[in-house]
Design a protein around this ligand. Sequence first.
Ligand code: ZN
Length: 563
Amino acid sequence: MNQASPDRYYNYDDLTRLLHDWAARFPNLLRLESIGRSYEGRDIWLASVTDFSAGPDHEKPALWVDGNIHSAELCGSTACLVLLHRLLHDGASDPKLRQVLAQRSFYVCPRVNPDGAEWALASPPKLTRSSIRPYPYDEEPIGGLKVEDVDGDGRILTMRIPDPNGPWKICPDEPRLLIPREPTESDGEYFRLLPEGTFDNFDGYTMKPQAKKERLDLNRNFPGLWREEHEQPGAGAYPASESEVRAVVDFIARHTNIGAGIALHSYSGAFLRPYSYQSDDSFIADDRWIYEKIGAKATELTGYPAVSAYHDFRYHPNEIITGALDDWLYDSRGLFAWTVEIWSPQRQAGITDFRLFDWYRNHPHDDDRKLLAWSDRTLGENGYVDWYPFNHPQLGKIALGGWQPLFSFWNPPQPLLAKEVSPIVDWLIWHAQLLPRLDWLDVTATPIGHNVYRLHAVAQNRGWLPTYISKVGLRKKLSRGVTFEITPPANVNILEGDRRIVATELEGRANKNCAPFGWAAVGVDPTDDRVGASWIVSAPAGSTITVSASHERAGTIRREITL
Ligand SMILES: [Zn+2]
């Protein structure tokens, strides 16, 4: 495994070996821990990455990155592994990256849902939305269509069933494709489409998919605006009821140095930002403007649009999503958070002008031809399968064929994986550098009498984001100001000033306008990125005092000063 490439689809055992191998080879850069166990008892791995020789991870501002909370969205795991590989292998040679690792931490959870991913990677794949825990009923489903590989070729395809009342007909120009039957059309050859499978207790005419035994969606189980089952199916019994979600929530809540969080999903080729459940009219404008700047960089690097989930990524215009990780991170934790939907088969096929979900409901037939041509060129046997006759044990003469979505629509095929995730990794590393970061401007001790000194410490925020990260965080008082503390030895007396002084939050540069028009109030640059504290102490000359400045989001710095 020593030369293992990160850009392939790893099963759980290989993923575990790879992470342990990296932890053993790069002990100064990567520490691996299990943050919890999945429903089936698999460890959920978390890699803390930073230059540990330059300080512990929790004393530096950090970026959270996770992948594969949804079972079949395997390329999210890959992007995490490519990020880790980049940090570990280029961290020593690239001066910029070396600086990033000295000043920031990365918390990377490559596979939040290892059970579901293991099912997706099985042959044939067993596809479920996320957790494999039976929910809401722990019972075997009865009746309906059981999705399975009926002809034993290792694939789950689509059944094309001849039916005079079917909604589809064969496209006259391209017989591999199906097109809708016209509203008034009759007397032709029509078809009904269903996933490959067999019917439990088949009555000869009822064809509907069997209710799934596993109906959880882990990305509806986060706290914040979690909703009950009757409002949002699959959200779980209570917020963070699922062990995988609890592991993530608990880790993030304990690591207040996390200033941004990115959840890697697939597919669509889009950067989604909060809110999922309300319009931008409810967004704090200053935060939205920062989101737009971060999103513009994401688009520049990847070509993916950066959009509001509510406005541009709703499965149905009358429905909303709540209980997603990014909404919890932004609205309850005050962090800038995104859901990245990696990969767009449409764009691969040359379809550029489309609205993400509306496209499925309605798009030009020519788009289907473009996708088919792209599949023929690029995917071969893993993409669109031409229809072939099959004698189904219950349905008789049907055909099998159509899209195999797992490594065509839902994830990039292996050869395109590295190219697709690489610019996303560029953006993740860029994003980590936006976080606020405390640094000293000055620490001095001035004698003002016999064995009496005035200590003065000034800290500054050298990051782009303010220490409080977002206005929603500021409004909710999710962090306190920069906190100064002195640790004097026993022979030092503090005459004036508290040992611990909580000062103000510090601004960054993120709220500045695009040009310096000096007559507007926003055009002046007050030193709101600096704050100081002072003490008067009495101590014998030569005594050493440690001064620290810390902030939950912006890190901890220390300076020893000898009187
Ligand atoms: Zn997803």
